[in-house]
Structures are given as structure tokens and as C-alpha cells.
Design a protein around this ligand. Structure first.
Ligand code: SF4
Length: 503
């Protein structure tokens, strides 16, 4: 860490502290960081036994680092922000009153090039921009704030704008949430594809910083109606016991890595019991390697986290950290490198994925460098996603035709080991739809599409064709090619949808 960083830290004013996020600690190795084991895990001594081999120690200079986080209230307290004009700062506050904002000292000091603001990709990734709100929404909220409007009136206006931003795209609330034996929706879980269950632990429904384009932004705005979360390990385990067709568990958020290791352990350690042998893969979705790599280094329970991961791997699970990356700059710091090395030493595979976003990474060279750097560090490039149809999409979205060009031009620049990246892929309601190419068939220009995942597994890998549209940004803006009236999967999908929505 540079002397400049230390100087900035010393000058840093009071900032909010995330209750369940890493706190400064005084010692890190082999001490009180051992969390108590859950009751469930204690009943099963053998597979849950601690691994004997210790994961590599953290280098001395990654000793505990204070986690300092800034929210909308603290914007003016960020020293670098004072370089912006009062108008720019006001615009940020207006946008941050509607969409979540959160950034931390590591991102500010080590990832953003302040000489290149506002174009710096990590600044665009984390700091609100005026264009993120539609002009009419921006004007409405700005007038109320300027006019010192009544709190209730402002909150009502903010809620209305949020609801206009499609907070739960792809029918997540209605179509993906499973039912219990009595037909009631189970909170904090999604079961869209046969073999994979998503679990949203309540302690993991925040992130070390927030992405401006976040497709889960509704999780962070404090509106209970928009939130998916469960604090019940038992509910997760009961559901998995009842669904032996499930092979993959994806723990997601927010970012599960904001949780204390002891919470993560309560959810994951019981999966080592024989009755969970059908759960072969545990995935953890996280952006902590970008936003707070010290989570894996000097955090007070980082060692215990490494032990938990190693324990799962040694018991025979495939454990994958689904690391969210948008730009090669996220992979340039010493802390990021050290955290990757440490996680890989546990046997966990790190897969890199992220969306293609205007103003941040809509450039083939940026993707090629991200994938190349990732492979060098031992990551497996996994997905290039299309920005979802939610939140500030009009600011961040990239037309599908351009997305495919970017993917194609990027993948051509990398070796075979980086060509594991799939995409561009839309996580749409019927399934994950990949744009395989643009071509001409029988005189008609078309998109070639396929399902990577589908609500019906039988749809997967069947090529289908959409009329080429240079402006389309999402599946629902495409129409079938060759004069067809509907997609091959449409009737079946509509029947599934009707059935789910009827519950
Ligand atoms: S890391 Fe994921 S969940 Fe967290 S803010 Fe970014 S996109 Fe949203």
C-alpha cells in the first residue's frame, strides 16, 4: 500500500461502518477468529472435521486494514469528491437518493484514477451519474430536494421512481421463488433451473461497495417489499433435502462475503452431511475480490473463511467463487493478487463473470485484457452478460448487435484458455439466452440465439433465430426471423408463466 494511501486514510473523516462487514482486527492467525460451529454441524463430526493442512499465511503487509465505507450521506466527506463542481455533487446526491450508493476507501484510493474522472471506469462503476435517471425522474426528485420538500412527499416520489425502474426483472418475485409443501412462497430462495438453487442469506444482502448498474439494486434500498432474503439455514437445508434433483447451490446477494464466516458456516457446513451428497457444487457469488480483497487477507475471520472453503473442498464438494469483474483495473492491485492466490490455495475455483456495460467496459480491448489478466492469475473466464432490463439500464445498456461485436472482437484476441467465457448472454425470464452470432440466411439478416439454460432443459442448445435489429437491447425487443409468429419455446413458456403467476 502506497504512502499516499496511508496519508489519505489518516485524513479520512468519520464514515459509516457496516455492521456485519469486516472490522479492523488486532491479530489474524490461528487465534480467536474460530467461529463457534452451528448446532447442525456439531451433530456431524466426521466430514465436517477441520482440514489438517493450513492454508498459506497472509503476507505481513496485508495485516488488518480498516474498512471505511461511504454512503449517500457521506458523499461530501470523500476528499477526492471536493474536486468536482457543486453541480456535479448535487447531481450525485439526487441520483443517490433513488438508487443505492456505497463505496469504500479501498475503491476510492486504489481502484479509481481520479485524474481521469468522470471517465474512469471504476468511478463510473461506483459513483452515481446524472444520466442514470431519466430526465423526467431526475427533474422531479431534484426539484423536491432543492425545494426542501416535505420528507413524506420526497419519499413517495422516490418510491414511485423506483417502482418505475423494474426492480425485479425477469419476473423474479413471481416465477422463481419456490413453494413449500403448503403452496406458500419460500422467502430468500429462487429455483428457476432444475439443478440450481439460489439462496439469499439475509446477512449477505449488501456489498462492500455498490455497482451503479446493479441488477439487484432493489435489495439495497431499504424497501422490504423489494427485498429477497432469508435468515433461515433450516429453510435452505429442508428445501435441499426435499429436492434431490438439485446439484448446485448458489449463495448470492448482495455479496455473501460481507457475512461473518460463522454465518456462512451455518449455511454451508451442514451440507457435508451424507444426506446432502446430491449437492455437488457450492457457488458463492461475490465482488469482494474487487471491492474489498482484504476480506480474504487481514479480516479478523479471514483465516476461518479459508478453513471453511478448504474443508468443503476436501470433503469432495466443488466450490466455485463466482467473482464479479467488469474491468481489468480491478485485477491490478497487490491485495487483489494476494487474495486470489489465497483463495486458490484452498482448492476453490474462481470463475470470472460480469455484464457488458456502457461507460465502463463497452470495448473489446478492455474485455480481452480482463480475460488475459484473469487467466494469468488463475481465474476461469465464465460469462459476459448483457446488462439487465432494470434500474438505470438506459444509461448502461449496449445494443445486442454491438455486444456481440465486442464479444467476438475480444475473444479473438485471447488464447484458448480464456475462450471459456460465454456470451453475450441475457438472463431473461425464459432462460439464459446467448447471442451466438449475426449472419444472413436465405437473404435475411438474423441473430443466431441459443439457450444456455432454460426453464425447460429441452430448450437448451437448440439454435433459434431472431430478425436482426441494430437497436434491440433485450430479448423482449426481438421478433422471430423468417416471418415466424412465435419462438419455438413460446407456448410452453407462456403456459409455465401462467401457472407460476396463478400461485
Ligand atoms: S456486486 Fe453484484 S449485487 Fe453487489 S452491487 Fe455489484 S452488481 Fe449489485
Amino acid at each position: 500500500m502506497s504512502a499516499q494511501v496511508h496519508a489519505l486514510k489518516a485524513a479520512t473523516p468519520r464514515a459509516a461502518q457496516q455492521p456485519d462487514a469486516p472490522r479492523p482486527a488486532v491479530a489474524i492467525h490461528g487465534q480467536a477468529a474460530h467461529a463457534p460451529r452451528s448446532a447442525a454441524a456439531q451433530t456431524h463430526a466426521d466430514p465436517a472435521a477441520r482440514p489438517t493442512q493450513l492454508v498459506p499465511p497472509v503476507a505481513q503487509h496485508f495485516a488488518p486494514t480498516p474498512f471505511k465505507v461511504f454512503t449517500a450521506r457521506d458523499l461530501d466527506r470523500i476528499p477526492q469528491i471536493t474536486r468536482l463542481t457543486p453541480e456535479q455533487r448535487f447531481e450525485m446526491k439526487v441520483v443517490a437518493s433513488v438508487l443505492p450508493f456505497r463505496v469504500n476507501q479501498y475503491v476510492i484510493d486504489e481502484l479509481i484514477d481520479w485524474a481521469d474522472v468522470p471517465h474512469d471506469p471504476i468511478f463510473q462503476l461506483t459513483f452515481p451519474q446524472r444520466g442514470m435517471l431519466a430526465p423526467e425522474h431526475y427533474e422531479r426528485i431534484a426539484r423536491l430536494i432543492e425545494g426542501d420538500a416535505d420528507k413524506d412527499e420526497l419519499e413517495q416520489a422516490i418510491a414511485e421512481v423506483r417502482h418505475a425502474l423494474n426492480p425485479h426483472p425477469a419476473d423474479q418475485m413471481q416465477m422463481n421463488m419456490p413453494l413449500d409443501a403448503d403452496g406458500n412462497r419460500i422467502d430468500g430462495m429462487q429455483h428457476k433451473y432444475r439443478e440450481t438453487v439460489l439462496f439469499f442469506p439475509s446477512q449477505g444482502q449488501t456489498c462492500h461497495a455498490y455497482c451503479t448498474f446493479c441488477f439487484r439494486w432493489a435489495q439495497f434500498v431499504g424497501d422490504k417489499d423489494l427485498r429477497i432474503a432469508s435468515s433461515e439455514a433450516r429453510v435452505l437445508h429442508d428445501y435441499l433435502l426435499a429436492h434431490t434433483e438439485v446439484t448446485d447451490l448458489l449463495v448470492t446477494g448482495g455479496d455473501p462475503m460481507v457475512m461473518k464466516t460463522r454465518h456462512l458456516r451455518e449455511y454451508l457446513e451442514p451440507l457435508l452431511r451424507p444426506e446432502f451428497d446430491h449437492i455437488q457444487t457450492i457457488r458463492i457469488g461475490s465482488k469482494a475480490l474487487t471491492f474489498w480483497p482484504h476480506r480474504f487477507l487481514g479480516a479478523e475471520d479471514a483465516d476461518d473463511l479459508m478453513r471453511l472453503l478448504q474443508q468443503l473442498v476436501e470433503a469432495g464438494k466443488h466450490v466455485a467463487l463466482m467473482a464479479h469483474y467488469n474491468h481489468w483495473k480491478e485485477l491490478e492491485t497487490e491485495a487483489a493478487h494476494a487474495a486470489i492466490r489465497r483463495i486458490r490455495a484452498t482448492g476453490v475455483v474462481i470463475r470470472a463473470q460480469g455484464p457488458l456495460i456502457a461507460h465502463i467496459n463497452d470495448d473489446p480491448a478492455a474485455w480481452a485484457r480482463l480475460w488475459k489478466t484473469g487467466v494469468r492469475l488463475g481465474l476461469v473466464p465464465y460469462y459476459m452478460f448483457v446488462e439487465r432490463d432494470t434500474g438505470a439500464r438506459h444509461y448502461f445498456e449496449v445494443p445486442l448487435a454491438r455486444a456481440w461485436e465486442i464479444y467476438q472482437q475480444a475473444i479473438q484476441q485471447v488464447s484458448g484458455l480464456a475462450r471459456t467465457a460465454r456470451g453475450p448472454s441475457m438472463s431473461a425470464s425464459p432462460g439464459k439466452v446467448e447471442i451466438q452470432g449475426v449472419t444472413e440466411i436465405a437473404g435475411e439478416k438474423v441473430f443466431v440465439l441459443r439457450f444456455i439454460q432454460g426453464r425447460n432443459p429441452d430448450w437448451v442448445q437448440r439454435p433459434f433465430f431472431a430478425k436482426f435489429d441494430p437497436q434491440a437491447t433485450w430479448l423482449d425487443q426481438l421478433v422471430p426471423a423468417f416471418g415466424e409468429e412465435k419462438w419455438f419455446w413460446q407456448d410452453e413458456y407462456e403456459a409455465i408463466r401462467e401457472e407460476k403467476l396463478a400461485v
